[in-house]
Design a protein around this ligand. Sequence first.
Ligand code: IMP
Length: 178
Amino acid sequence: MERLEVLMPEAVIQARIGELAAKINHDYAGKELLVVGILRGAFIFLADLVRRLEMPVVVDFVAVSSYGQATRSSGVVRILKDVDESVTGRQLLLVEDIVDSGLTLKYLSEYLRAKQPADLRVCTLLDKPDRRQVDIKPDYNGFTIPDHYVVGYGLDCGQHYRNLPGIYILHPDQDGGL
Ligand code: IMP
């Protein structure tokens, strides 16, 4: 059986999101922000973050190909759903659940930069810098974590566990099923 070990309880996540929102409110004061969440993993983080933002906010989403049932990146990124909003000339904040190899974020930020936003920054809830394959650093980061596979608070394993309010380390079963 897989085993879940608490990494971050709900209250710790919520407190940190309050701090991130305060920074973003300060940095973008008086400007309209286009917040683009990366589906599916960022949907809960984005929902909690935008409710603490004080400037005018427009929300949009992109969907990219995920790892499927596997837990490690294939390095192949495919856009399954593009932004619906026009990006050109806007202040864009790309919201990600976790930066791992960095391949998804590098690809998406280059793709969106080509649409010429006034500014593009990245906000991630979690960062696993140990596994980085490309040179990319989020502008806003909730927590830097060691190289564990984590689930909960929007993050999945084979589409499960997204609904858990906290973040957990997923320990594979004895048979090495993961
Ligand atoms: P990257 O392209 O390797 O940076 O992978 C980023 C994406 O992989 C994230 O948006 C997640 O969907 C997924 N991912 C990476 N690490 C984890 C993890 O520990 N748990 C759940 N999903 C993860």
